[in-house]
Design a protein around this ligand. Structure first.
Ligand SMILES: Cc1cc2nc3c(=O)[nH]c(=O)nc-3n(C[C@H](O)[C@H](O)[C@H](O)COP(=O)(O)O)c2cc1C
Length: 323
């Protein structure tokens, strides 16, 4: 499959692994890139820019294919030194950066001057158009189904993707809710140039997370996620667990008076406990509705290559046959 995205990024398959906190380490990024997709290291999971430089070097040791780094501009509780992280990215020879959270405008000149292609991940047509206007090379359009932060508009990909196709000139990939070949075909049909997956890539053999995380994604149905932090305009789709039940209860009690401090211990510092220690009830962690379509834990090679092969079969077979 060749699309504007495979061409832009120099990859074999139009499949990207989105940045994921405490999941997007070198092992996963290298495995996805070796499978012919684009693996992405999560920049801010590395505690310092020096740690990120080290993680990039580890990834170079595991693959000679292109891979990227995610830079997330979410409201964090202590602002990270973004210019230093960008310096580590540039010095590490990275040519693709996925930005997310807020507009990357302030950091675009530094990235573009270094010849880096910027894919901005956002959840609306208006933010996608802004990304195009400020000079991003591509966008990742993240629908309401997605694991992580779906924004506040609640537009599912069946509407969001064709709306993006109506408006955008730059290439875009479909993100959120995708985990199989039928959906890859659908994304292409809706106008996208490829796909970005998060949750599906956690349930792979190479994802360097505790087995409990993979097991809970395989066990979850499409009904097992919920939204938290809407009252703070920082909505996050997470898997339901006892900590999330508490958050939902606190949110109901506090109503419009909800403040981040009310739920801080249930949402901050949770990722190492979940992803590394496998303590699944320790707090809220992002997971997409696509969990309902995830029934196995394949290697990244098998996942990506089977998805693409099956998608080609659907296009040549079932779709051609209805004409
Ligand atoms: C556990 C987890 C952690 C994530 N962390 C980040 C992150 O740090 N930065 C970011 O831009 N996106 C993050 N995301 C979002 C993903 O990159 C991707 O956009 C999203 O998972 C796509 O939806 P899907 O899970 O339905 O495939 C995370 C998603 C998950 C599931």
């Amino acid at each position: 499959m060749q699309t504007r995205i495979t061409e832009l990024l120099g990859i074999k398959h139009p499949v990207i692994q989105g940045g994921m906190h405490y999941v997007g380490f070198a092992e996963l990024a290298a495995a996805v890139s070796n499978a012919g997709g684009l693996g992405i290291i999560t920049g801010l999971t590395q505690k310092t820019p020096a740690d990120l430089a080290n993680e990039i070097a580890r990834c170079h040791d595991m693959t000679d294919k292109p891979f990227g780094v995610n830079l997330t501009f979410l409201p964090t509780f202590a602002a990270p030194p973004y210019p230093e992280y960008i310096e580590a990215i540039i010095k590490g020879g990275i040519k693709i950066v996925e930005t997310a959270g807020r507009s990357p405008e302030a950091y675009l000149p530094a990235l573009k001057d270094a010849g880096i292609k910027v894919i901005h991940k956002c959840t609306s047509v208006r933010h996608s158009l802004k990304a195009e206007k400020i000079g991003c090379d591509a966008v990742s359009v993240d629908g309401f189904e997605c694991g992580g932060h779906p924004g506040e508009d609640d537009i599912p990909n069946m509407i969001l993707l064709p709306r993006a196709a109506e408006e955008l000139t730059i290439p875009f990939v479909a993100s959120g809710g995708i985990g199989n070949a039928q959906q890859l075909v659908a994304a292409l049909a809706l106008g996208a140039d490829g796909i970005n997956m998060g949750t599906r890539f956690i349930a792979t053999t190479e994802a360097p997370v505790h087995q409990n995380v993979k097991d809970s994604i395989v066990a979850a149905s499409e009904l097992d996620t919920t939204l938290i932090m809407r009252g703070l305009r920082n909505t996050e789709r997470v898997i339901k667990n006892t900590a999330v039940e508490k958050i939902v209860e606190i949110e109901r009690e506090k109503g419009a008076d909800l403040a981040i401090d009310d739920i801080m211990d249930l949402v901050a510092g949770v990722y190492p406990k979940v992803m590394t220690d496998g303590d699944m009830e320790s707090g809220a962690w992002s997971c997409g509705m696509v969990a309902g379509l995830i029934h196995d834990v394949p290697s990244c090679h098998d996942l990506v290559n089977n998805m693409v092969a099956d998608a080609e079969e659907i296009i040549r077979g079932r779709l051609a046959s209805v004409l």
